[in-house]
Design a protein around this ligand. Structure first.
Ligand code: COA
Length: 207
């Protein structure tokens, strides 16, 4: 497998980013809203000036991506622009309306100065080759360049041991566990960019 460094995404990558999201997050809310919604969502991340969207390529093309923002609040304020694709997704899957309302009324909290890593996905067929780790390290570097003092992320606390082990092994600190929409327990991880050199990857070199 090609061991190339992650690079910034381009508009032409969006179709493949959506396909990797669908493969890596089967049954998740955003996935259930359909490919048109996901395309619009990642296009907005790409267009947002404080957005970070990086992709990793293997022999067969784009196999993973990481998305987030150095200023999350501005991104979430602009989310009403996604109302059209969201409504289309809900028309096709009306049983998701309750979930969408729950997410909308949930107050988005972000730590001042902290970047947010909002999604990370590697094509299941390309997993276990260090691609996820490289994407996270590249995100940390991009967040630091963008002036962030920390990086935060959330992931399911339950039935998700592998992903929790992945972030812990990289060096993220579990800050707290919160209950989200539908009594879903979420672990919030943080990475302090102000402390000494990146230890992401258990001592492996940073990208
Ligand atoms: C989590 C994910 C990004 C990991 O990508 P990856 O390319 O397979 O990860 P890496 O190969 O860099 O793994 C790094 C380390 O984490 C460990 N790890 C990764 N996934 C793991 C899992 N499911 N269970 C246990 N350990 C895991 C690896 O064993 C590896 O350890 P090592 O360095 O000692 O060998 C990928 O599995 C994925 O896309 N999952 C679905 C989407 C998701 O849950 N994303 C994260 C939430 S936003």
């Amino acid at each position: 497998m090609t061991d190339s460094s992650p690079r910034p995404a381009r508009p032409a990558d969006l179709t493949r980013i959506v396909a990797v999201h669908q493969a890596a997050f089967p049954g998740f809310f955003l996935t259930a809203l359909g490919p048109r919604f996901l395309h619009a969502y990642y296009r907005q991340v790409l267009a947002y000036p404080a957005g970070v969207l990086l992709v990793a390529e293997g022999d067969a093309g784009l196999v993973g991506f990481v998305a987030g923002f150095t200023q999350p609040t501005g991104f979430y304020r602009a989310l009403p622009r996604l109302i059209g694709p969201l409504l289309l997704g809900l028309l096709r899957r009306p049983w998701l309306v309750g979930h969408a309302v729950g997410r909308a009324v949930r107050r988005h909290e972000s730590t001042p100065g902290a970047a947010e890593l909002s999604s990370l996905a590697v094509d299941p067929a390309a997993g276990g080759h260090g691609i996820g780790s490289r994407l996270v390290r590249a995100f940390l570097a991009a967040a630091a360049r963008g002036g962030a003092t920390a990086v935060t992320l959330t992931t399911d606390a339950r039935a998700n041991d592998g992903v929790n082990a992945f972030y812990t092994k990289l060096g993220f600190r579990l800050a707290r566990t919160v209950t989200s929409t539908g009594a879903r327990a979420m672990n919030e991880y943080t990475w302090d960019l102000r402390s000494a050199p990146s230890r992401a990857g258990g001592g492996k070199r940073s990208t």
